[in-house]
Design a protein around this ligand. Structure first.
Ligand code: SF4
Ligand code: SF4
Length: 266
């Protein structure tokens, strides 16, 4: 056994130092953190006095704001909605850049969709494009899963996306946090501008509801489910056909061979 592994005699072991009691921090209004008044050794009466002191401390702050309302930084909201100033780079709501005619430049390249780390963007193309090869049907953005990383805005080569400061998005049902960002389904601005006939332009554009995002997601989920069910049914049908073929082959193998015809002796 190595010498250094021998334990020292019991009396030579140093007695561990007794730790000091946790420090008591006095917070705002005199509240004492790290101490529980009703089990404090200084007694119940001391605890009651500290609680009263803490209560008056809080009331002093409230009274101060009552006397000097200009020092309150939150009291104007929501009355000051019109004058509220948010930082330019505040990210609250992803939006499409539409020009004065309401046209957009989204080419359906899907770069933003692929770059989004949270699958918060779902783009669907028109099944029957009106005037060009590819036309946008719905650009759905899911606020409920977006982390506001801004990647989609940065990667878009056509400057279609931006974040704006519309931050009042509270809803009672999270499905309402899926927005359709494009105002119309149809071709890009450059194609629409080539159409001189206003009626032809109108025919190429189809209005989209900003709150139809949840319906689109629900439809996609249903479609996915239906595809899975159809795939499973096809797999089961193929399996049944294989089993039937195997059974037919086994039955054919089990059939006794026909006896050879007797030779005609006469
Ligand atoms: S900000 Fe980030 S998380 Fe949100 S949609 Fe864009 S890429 Fe996705
Ligand atoms: S928003 Fe931009 S990146 Fe996304 S599909 Fe449209 S053009 Fe492409």
């Amino acid at each position: 056994m190595p010498a250094d592994s021998v334990l020292p005699p019991a009396e030579s072991v140093a007695t561990p130092e007794v730790l000091p009691p946790p420090e008591k921090h006095v917070g705002v209004g005199g509240a004492i953190h790290g101490a529980v008044p009703w089990i404090d050794k200084s007694g119940a009466v001391g605890g009651v006095f500290r609680a009263i002191r803490s209560l008056f401390g809080g009331m002093k702050i409230t009274g101060g704001y009552l006397m000097r309302p200009s020092t309150v930084v939150t009291q104007q909201y929501p009355e000051n909605r019109e004058t509220l100033k948010l930082p330019d780079r505040f990210r609250a709501q992803l939006a499409f850049n539409h020009d004065d005619n309401g046209y957009h430049k989204c080419t359906l390249c899907r770069i933003c969709e692929e770059a989004c780390p949270n699958v918060s963007i779902i783009i669907t193309g028109r099944e029957k494009p009106a005037v060009s090869k590819k036309e946008l049907d719905s650009f759905v953005w899911r606020l409920d899963s977006c982390t506001f990383c801004n990647t989609c805005v940065i990667v878009c080569p056509f400057n279609v996306l931006r974040f704006d400061g519309t931050f009042e998005s509270s809803v009672y049902d999270r499905r309402l946090l899926s927005y359709t960002l494009n105002q119309y389904a149809g071709p890009v601005a450059s194609v629409l501008e080539k159409l001189e006939d206003p009626e032809a332009r109108k025919a190429a554009m189809e209005a989209r509801d900003p709150y139809s995002g949840a319906a689109i997601i629900a439809a996609l989920v249903e479609k996915q489910k239906a595809t899975k069910i159809a795939e499973r049914a096809a797999r089961e049908a193929a399996k049944a056909a294989r089993v039937a073929a195997k059974a037919a082959a086994a039955a054919a193998a089990a059939q006794p061979e026909a006896p050879p015809e007797a030779e005609n002796v006469g």
